[in-house]
Ligand binder design. Structure first.
Ligand code: PLP
Length: 477
């Protein structure tokens, strides 16, 4: 919930909440007949005592704004303001209809909890902790940049100067050869995946994704009506021969891969397999979408070049992002691929939102060219390495006989298999009670009993405590 009580105000807290709900009802944001959150939920969302909400709901009832019936909770009155139920829009029908599927309940549960949880341990979200964002460098970049005089719509592929900078950036860091006209700037890698699934595929098309994989957690594949088939991931990545099997059986039309420091497993596809995957995809004429948000975060000095850098057939659509190396709120990502594909996607982009705002592009453009950027990357890798080490120590110390894991050589995550039988839902709920958040493997398409811990979000000192608390939670379920 965006709104919060003002604890400095002279107005009593219950009065503030009463007026807030009254306004929502008056503006139709809580329509007649809709159910208000339970007292407990509302108290949690607003971070107030449950009795305060009991008082507010009593007052709302006394003023006729809500009706309360045993078993059906607190609903906005349908008689108030002269609105009759039959003249009321049934928003539920719309909310539950539409082509965009809602987030999976277990992920939503964890995200909602992350918003309200105070003094807990968040090992769920795949992002950096605030002290790892280069805020002062970004501020300096912003200050140095002359405010653009042209504030008209940006080119739908993205700001030209930034695309040119990005072309040099991917050459330097990833050995990818591309020109500005083959780049589309997106609102993060997420939008890149959305555009690809919506514009290049049709409902009923079969696609192959890694299992487990980040893509499983995205209902956008189902929203696009795609049929999803799994390419199991082992210690060396996917097995290239599985592509052939899936192609023969299901005529798969696209392959989604995250070959370097894969989410959630943290694994890296070996070079021979990368070459073979490219050969097979070219032979069968199947495009590959390579999702590569974290390959720069390698801890052992080894550079993992993307598939795109060795793709000779123009078969790879390369998706990148600055979310995990600079800041997720910048919302800067990209797709690099054949110009005809980029033009098609840019045209769709024009219809959706006319392209990304100029400002994040200017900031990113300035920062990735500055001498501060490599320093920031070095700092980030060192910090993440220390946090990874701390997590590995804690896992060995507190969960040594209960989980199996491989030490991640880069990225943000540690993937663990729990040896005992567990139910993911129960484990998540028990962990939430103990103020621990993590991602259960089932949301990535794994069987129950796997967990993804993010070590990037917690301070180094907190990692040990978080793992210890998780070990206690595991003892209870
Ligand atoms: C593998 C992977 N791809 C894509 C994304 C989307 O990132 P963004 O849209 O912030 O660039 C994420 C975010 O967690 C991710 O882990």
């Amino acid at each position: 919930m965006e709104w919060s009580v003002n604890r400095e105000s002279d107005k009593p807290i219950y009065q503030q909440i009463f007026e807030y709900i009254e306004e929502k009802i008056a503006y139709g944001e809580f329509p007649p007949g809709s159910r208000l959150p339970s007292e407990r939920k509302m108290a949690e969302q607003l971070n107030v005592n449950r009795m305060t909400i009991v008082h507010v709901y009593d007052e709302l009832q006394a003023s006729g704004l809500v009706e309360r019936k045993k078993g059906s909770g607190t609903r906005v009155s349908t008689h108030k303001w002269g609105i009759l139920p039959k003249g009321v829009t049934n928003w539920r029908k719309y909310i539950e209809g539409g082509s965009f599927l809602p987030t999976y309940p277990l992920i939503k549960r964890i995200r909602d909890e992350a918003k309200v949880m105070k003094d807990g341990y968040n090992m769920a979200g795949g992002e950096l902790s605030t002290d790892l964002f280069p805020a002062s460098f970004l501020q300096a970049s912003f200050n140095q940049h002359a405010f653009p005089s042209n504030l008209g719509y940006v080119h739908p592929q993205g700001h030209l100067e930034f695309r040119e900078t990005l072309a040099s950036y991917v050459k330097e860091y990833h050995d990818i050869n591309v020109t500005s006209s083959s780049i589309l700037i997106t609102s993060g890698a997420q939008q890149a995946l959305y555009l690809i699934t919506q514009c290049l595929l049709n409902p009923g098309d079969a696609v192959a994704i890694e299992a487990p994989s980040y893509s499983y957690s995205l209902p956008l594949f189902q929203s696009a009506g795609l049929r999803i088939f799994a390419l199991p991931v082992d210690a060396e990545g996917i097995n290239p021969d599985d592509i052939v099997t899936l192609y023969r059986k299901h005529q798969i039309r696209m392959i989604f891969l995250n070959p370097t420091f894969q989410s959630p497993t943290g694994g890296v596809m070996t070079e021979p397999r990368r070459e073979r995957v490219l050969e097979i995809a070219a032979e069968l004429g199947i495009p590959i979408v390579e999702d590569d948000p974290v390959s720069l975060l390698s801890f052992d000095g080894k550079t993992h070049y993307p598939l795109k850098s060795i793709d000779k057939s123009g078969n790879v659509l390369y998706v990148g992002s600055l979310s995990k190396v600079i800041a997720s709120s910048l919302r800067v990502g990209w797709i690099m691929g054949p110009e005809s594909v980029i033009n098609r996607l840019a045209d769709a982009r024009q219809q959706i939102d006319f392209g990304l705002s100029i400002f994040p592009q200017l900031i990113a453009n300035q920062f990735i060219q500055s001498p501060e950027y490599p320093k920031h990357l070095a700092f980030l890798k060192q910090e993440l390495l220390e946090r990874r080490n701390e997590m590995v120590l804690a896992l060995n110390e507190y969960l040594g006989d209960k989980v199996e894991f491989s030490v991640p050589k880069g990225g943000l995550f540690c993937w663990c298999k729990i040896k005992q039988k567990v139910d993911d839902q129960k484990l998540v709920e028990e962990a939430i009670k103990n103020k621990i958040l993590f991602m259960p493997g089932s949301v990535y398409g794994s069987p129950n009993g796997y967990v993804r811990f993010t070590y990037a979000r917690l301070q180094r000192e907190a990692i040990k405590e978080a793992v210890l608390k998780f070990a206690k939670v595991l003892d209870k379920v």
